[in-house]
Design a protein around this ligand. Sequence first.
Ligand code: NI
Length: 210
Amino acid sequence: MQRFARIRPVAVAALAIAAAAITVWAWPTNVGTVREGEQSGTAQIGGPFELIDHTGRTVTEQTWRGQYLLIYFGYSFCPDVCPLELDKISRALDRLDESAPSVLDRLQPLFITVDPQRDTVERMAEYVDHFHPSLVGLTGNADQIKTAAAAYRVYFQKSGDTDGDDYLMDHSSVIYLMDGQNSYVGHFTIDDDAQTIAETIRQRIGQDIG
Ligand code: NI
């Protein structure tokens, strides 16, 4: 937990910068609320969801009970941040595979789309294939995605030419770490590199498996 305590000011600064950069940015709850939750150890991040994985299987937050979850929301047509963050997550997972395979066994990385209109099951299967073999892509109908994103306080909204199929999605970019009981452990931002993510996860899950 110390690691997350130390990165918190940086994360908040990054959010402020992101808020300034994205004109329609609107974090659904204010950052102060999130921080308060973290400090009291009862952050209300995470909650029930029902989605479809990239093989067409219906899954819920209970599907991986006992596993830590590394959760990132984005979309496969994202031109910039999503592929970079997913690549970073993949490199962190590779590091764990080399240095602490038993830790990696306890971790399920999930990529949840905020663009269910274009991110079909087939599309997600193709997309996650570009990244780490353990990465699972999740999609669903608009309501299911809305519920999952709200549980994780993820903001998303169409932008650009919203009439056709050639639009962009504005969305928050946060990588959440949840424990085996679906409780929030901490999060990473674009400022955390693969090495930091791998080491933080190794320490945290390492405590559990001894
Ligand atoms: Ni993106």
